[in-house]
Design a binder for this molecule. Structure first.
Ligand code: GTP
Ligand code: SPV
Ligand code: MN
Length: 587
C-alpha cells in the first residue's frame, strides 16, 4: 500500500485510539468495492435497487436526526481564536483534541477501520491535493469512491511526502449531542464524530476542499470556493468558462448542467459541466485565472430534479449512484422524490423507511435534503476538460442567492474590488441543506459562510490581493438572482435552462459587447438586452425583476453596515470604501 512514515505513524496512533477489530486498505478496485456493497446490503446499511432500471444503484437512509450539515457543531480549531474569525465557531485545539479523542476512544470496537487514500483533483495534477480518511462506515467508503479519486495511485503519487490532509471519521452512536465536525487548519487535520450524513462525513468535500483548502489557498496564493464551473460553447464553437457561487441548495448543480433553450440549441449553443459545487482556482502562466473541480462526482439535491428541470442530472443518476434519504418505490424497487414527477408511488417507504402511499401531503416521501451521489463520468455534458489537471480559464465569476426581493435578476460589478464587495454582501434565504430554520435571509459572503476555514475579514483581503495579482486578466464579477417572487409567491423568472439567456448577457459584457445601464449597485441590463425570444414573459415583467429599488437598497446598505461591524479592524479598507460609495450612490 504505502511505506510513507507520516501516514503509517498516524494510522498506528489512530488505531490505538479507536481500537478497530480489523483494518482494510481501500485500493480503489471494483472487486473490493463490490464486496463492500454486498456486505453493506447484508447488514441493511444499503439497499440494492432494481438493477435493470438502475444498474449499480443503491439506497441508504441516515438516522432521522442526521440529515444535513450541522453548522452550529462545526468548528475551526485554530490556535488563536481570532484566526477563526467572527463567522466561525471556534474551539481551542488542545481542548478539542481531548474532547474528540474521548468521544472517539474505543469507538471502532467490533468495527472495521477503512483507510481511504484520495486525491482532490485529477491524480498528479499540479492543482490537486491528497487526503487520507479513516472511517468505520462502508457508506462513507462507497461515497468517497464516487466523489474523489481513490486508491493505490494516490499512495504512489504521495510517495514519502508529509503534505496530505488527515481525516478521522467515527460514526460512534450518531448521538446528535456529541456530534462535532472539527477542523485543525494548522495541522491539516479533520475529525468528525457521531454523524453519517454527507457533508459531515465525506471529509474530502466541504471539510477539506473548502475549509482546509481555503486556509491553504490564503497561504499559498490561490482560491478554494463554493462554486460550480461551466463551459458555454457558442455557435462559432468557442467555449468560455464561468464559475458561480450560490449558497447550498440555491442552484449550482442545476446551472452547471443546464440544457439551453430550444432556440439556443438550434443556433448551436452547448453547455459543458466542469463542476457543480467546488472550484480550486489559481493564476496560470498566461496570467489568467484557471479552475479545476477537485471532485469526481456529484452529491446533488434530489428533490426538484426531473426530466424538465435538470435532465442531465437525472441521466447522471441512472447508474452507479447512491441515493440517500429518498423514497423507495416497493412495486419496482426504484426511487422517488418530490418534484421527480406527478406520480408518487402508492406502495412505498418514505425516507425514514416507514410505509408511505404518496398521498399524505403533510408527510414527504423524500427528505428535502435527500441527495444522490453520482459519478461525474455519467454526466452527458461532462466537459472534455474535466479530467485534465490544467484547469479551465475563467472569464466571469458569478455570485448569487435566493432573494424574493431587492436583488435584481443580474448585475455587473464596476471592477474587481466592487465585485469582491458584491460577493461579500451576498445574502440568501436558508435551505434544508443545513440543520435549522429554512427561508430566513442571512448574509452568506461568497456562499462561504459555513465553509471558510479562517477569519472572513482575512478572506476578503485575500480576494482583494488576488485581484491585484490578476490585474487586467481578472475575471469580471457579476451577481444573479433567479428567485424573485411575485405577489402570489411564484417565481417570476423561469430559471433553469433559461438562465443561459442571462449567461449570454454576462459573456457579452465580458467581451464589451452588450449594453447596460449604471445603477447605484452596478451595471444592470436594459430589458431589451436580455433575449426573451420564445419565453412567456413580457418586457415589463423583465423590467420589474431588473429594477434596483433605492428604498430597499438603503435598507440593504444598513444591513451590510451592521454585518460588516462583526469584522472590526479586519474589514479591508477597500470594502469600507465600497460601502460608502454604495450609500453615496443611493442618496
Ligand atoms: P448544494 O449541493 O447544496 O450546494 O446545492 P446546489 O447549489 O447545487 O443547488 P441545486 O442546483 O441542487 O438546486 C437546489 C434547488 O433549487 C432545487 O430544488 C432546484 O429545483 C432549485 N433551483 C435550481 N435552479 C433554479 C432556478 O433557476 N430557478 C428556480 N426557481 N429554482 C431553481
Ligand atoms: C451543501 O450543503 O452545500 C452541499 C451538500 O453541497 S454537503 O456536502 O452536505 O455540504
Ligand atoms: Mn454545496
Amino acid at each position: 500500500m504505502t511505506s510513507n512514515k507520516s501516514v503509517l505513524n498516524w494510522i498506528e496512533d489512530m488505531k490505538k485510539l479507536v481500537c478497530p477489530d480489523k483494518l482494510v486498505w481501500i485500493d480503489g478496485s471494483e472487486e473490493q468495492l463490490e464486496a463492500l456493497r454486498a456486505e453493506a446490503c447484508s447488514t441493511g446499511e444499503m439497499i440494492k435497487l432494481n438493477q435493470e432500471k438502475l444498474p449499480g444503484c443503491y439506497l441508504h437512509r441516515t438516522a432521522v436526526n442526521d440529515v444535513a450539515r450541522v453548522e452550529d457543531r462545526t468548528f475551526i480549531c485554530s490556535r488563536k481564536e481570532e484566526d477563526a474569525g467572527p463567522t466561525n465557531h471556534w474551539k481551542d485545539p488542545k481542548e478539542a483534541y481531548k474532547m474528540l479523542y474521548d468521544i472517539a476512544r474505543g469507538s471502532y470496537k467490533g468495527r472495521t477501520m477503512y483507510v481511504i487514500p484520495y486525491s482532490m483533483g485529477p491524480i498528479g495534477s499540479p492543482l490537486a491535493k491528497i487526503g487520507v480518511e479513516l472511517t468505520d462506515s462502508i457508506y462513507v467508503v462507497l461515497n468517497m469512491s464516487i466523489m474523489a479519486r481513490v486508491g493505490q495511485k494516490v499512495w504512489d503519487t504521495l510517495g514519502d511526502s508529509n503534505d496530505w490532509v488527515r481525516g478521522l471519521h467515527c460514526k460512534c452512536d450518531i448521538d446528535a449531542e456529541k456530534r462535532y465536525i472539527c477542523h485543525f487548519p494548522e495541522d491539516n487535520t479533520i475529525i468528525s464524530v457521531n454523524s453519517g450524513y454527507g457533508g459531515n462525513v465525506l471529509l474530502g468535500k466541504k471539510c477539506f476542499a473548502l475549509r482546509i483548502a481555503s486556509y491553504l489557498g490564503k497561504n499559498e496564493g490561490w482560491l478554494a470556493e463554493h462554486m460550480l464551473i461551466l463551459g458555454i460553447q457558442n455557435p462559432k464553437g468557442e467555449i468560455k468558462y464561468v464559475a458561480a457561487a450560490f449558497p447550498s441548495a440555491c442552484g449550482k448543480t442545476n446551472l452547471a448542467m443546464l440544457i439551453p433553450p430550444e432556440s439556443y440549441r438550434k443556433k448551436g449553443y452547448k453547455i459543458w459541466t466542469v463542476g457543480d459545487d467546488i472550484a480550486w482556482m489559481r493564476q496560470g502562466e498566461d496570467g489568467r485565472l484557471y479552475a479545476i473541480n477537485p471532485e469526481n462526482g456529484f452529491f446533488g439535491v434530489a428533490p426538484g430534479t426531473n426530466e424538465k428541470s435538470n435532465p442531465n442530472a437525472l441521466a447522471t443518476t441512472k447508474s452507479g449512484t447512491i441515493f440517500t434519504n429518498v423514497a423507495q418505490n416497493l412495486d419496482d424497487n426504484t426511487v422517488w422524490w418530490e418534484g421527480l414527477d406527478k406520480n408518487p408511488p402508492k406502495n412505498a417507504l418514505n425516507w425514514k423507511g416507514e410505509p408511505w402511499d404518496g398521498t399524505t401531503s403533510d408527510q414527504k416521501g423524500a427528505h428535502p435534503n435527500s441527495r444522490f451521489t453520482a459519478p461525474a463520468k455519467n454526466c452527458p455534458c461532462i466537459s472534455p476538460e474535466f479530467d485534465k489537471g490544467t484547469g479551465v480559464p475563467i472569464s466571469a465569476i458569478i455570485f448569487g442567492g435566493r432573494r424574493a426581493q431587492t436583488t435584481p435578476l443580474v448585475y455587473q460589478s464596476r471592477d474587481w474590488n466592487n465585485g469582491v464587495f458584491v460577493g461579500s454582501i451576498m445574502a440568501s434565504e436558508t435551505t434544508a441543506a443545513a440543520a435549522g430554520a429554512v427561508g430566513v435571509v442571512r448574509r452568506d459572503p461568497m456562499a462561504m459562510l459555513p465553509f471558510c476555514g479562517y477569519h472572513m475579514g482575512d478572506y476578503f483581503k485575500h480576494w482583494i490581493e488576488m485581484g491585484k495579482k490578476l490585474g487586467e486578466n481578472a475575471p469580471k464579477i457579476f451577481n444573479v438572482n433567479w428567485f424573485r417572487l411575485d405577489d402570489e409567491g411564484h417565481f417570476i423568472w423561469p430559471g433553469f435552462g433559461d438562465n443561459l439567456r442571462v449567461l449570454e448577457w454576462i459573456l457579452e459584457r465580458c467581451e464589451g459587447k452588450a449594453d447596460a445601464v449604471e445603477t447605484p449597485i452596478g451595471y444592470v441590463p436594459k430589458p431589451e438586452d436580455i433575449n426573451i425570444e420564445g419565453l412567456d414573459i413580457s418586457l415589463d415583467t423583465l423590467k420589474s425583476i431588473l429594477e434596483v429599488n433605492k428604498e430597499q437598497w438603503a435598507k440593504e446598505a444598513d444591513g451590510i453596515e451592521e454585518f460588516y461591524k462583526k469584522f472590526g479592524d479586519k474589514l479591508p479598507q477597500e470594502l469600507r470604501d465600497q460601502l460608502a460609495t454604495l450609500k453615496n450612490n443611493l442618496k
